[in-house]
Design a protein around this ligand. Structure first.
Ligand SMILES: O=C(O)c1cc(C(=O)O)c2c(n1)C(=O)C(=O)c1cc(C(=O)O)[nH]c1-2
Length: 235
């Protein structure tokens, strides 16, 4: 069953999906820092600050996916979800997303050491990211999976970001952008799967409201991170 197959989908699925998608209005593509990034207005220092701070998010994504795995008793679910961890941590044949982010960091002029030790990570970013991990550890699996659905909105932002880097931030070596290129196909694949699960699992009004609230919470996490970065690197 696909999420939007109304012949088999639970009653009210279309309205539920519309309510989830309505969170796009609150997604961080509208944050002033991203708007300035995509207009080519950020300095090298601001780009570096963003890359170094976002590393904390990148590091924590596999931890939150492991928290979700630890909460879900279904082996079929876990077999598929574990791929998200490998996408970030890598495999024998693929260095993975965390390594790709470190290469991005080098491409913008940061050392691996200063990114890895998180010396640039500001408190607001740490608190926001850690709140996301805690949310997924402590909430039911359906809510935790729903909170990942911001990725429904990510591909347009990734495309815009890639175009902006290629056009305005030509001092960043192209190889550094591999992370974003990979997410262009990973994010739609992952978010469609998550949407399918959430529409299958959440059938009551209460469950659906909680799923929408989980996604709204995640929009707040992403927004708060950029607020903190914006304040730390005013330009
Ligand atoms: O750069 C971005 O704008 C952005 C946004 C998001 C998102 O919407 O949650 C993710 C990512 N990047 C990302 O790279 C990533 O690996 C990722 C995983 C998840 C998640 O919640 O499981 N979101 C995101």
């Amino acid at each position: 069953m696909t999420a939007l197959d109304e012949t088999q989908a639970p009653a009210g699925t279309e309205e539920f999906v519309a309510a989830l998608r309505a969170n796009a209005r609150r997604y961080h593509h509208q944050h002033p820092f991203h708007l300035r990034m995509n207009r080519g207005e950020l300095s090298r220092e601001q780009i570096r600050g963003w890359v170094a701070n976002r590393f904390h998010y990148q590091q924590c994504i596999p931890l939150k996916d492991a928290a979700i795995l630890s909460n879900c008793p279904d082996p079929e679910f876990r077999r598929r979800w574990i791929g998200r961890i490998l996408d970030h941590d890598g495999t024998a044949s693929d260095p993975g997303g965390i390594e790709a982010w470190l290469r991005l960091a080098e491409a913008v002029g940061l050392s691996r050491a200063e990114v890895r030790d998180e010396r640039h990570v500001v408190p607001g970013v740490r608190f926001a990211v850690d709140a996301y991990v805690t949310f997924t550890r402590t909430r039911p699996c359906a809510e935790a999976v729903a909170s990942s659905l911001t990725e429904l909105f990510a591909p347009d932002l990734m495309s815009e970001r890639l175009a902006a880097f290629e056009r305005y931030y030509t001092w960043v070596e192209g190889e550094g952008l591999t992370y974003f290129r990979n997410r262009l196909h990973q994010a739609p694949r992952d978010s469609e799967h998550a949407l399918q699960l959430v529409t299958e699992w959440c059938r009551s009004d209460d469950q659906r409201e909680r799923a929408v609230a989980a996604l709204s919470f995640k929009c707040d996490v992403l927004w708060s991170m950029l607020d903190a970065i914006d304040q730390a690197y005013p330009g």
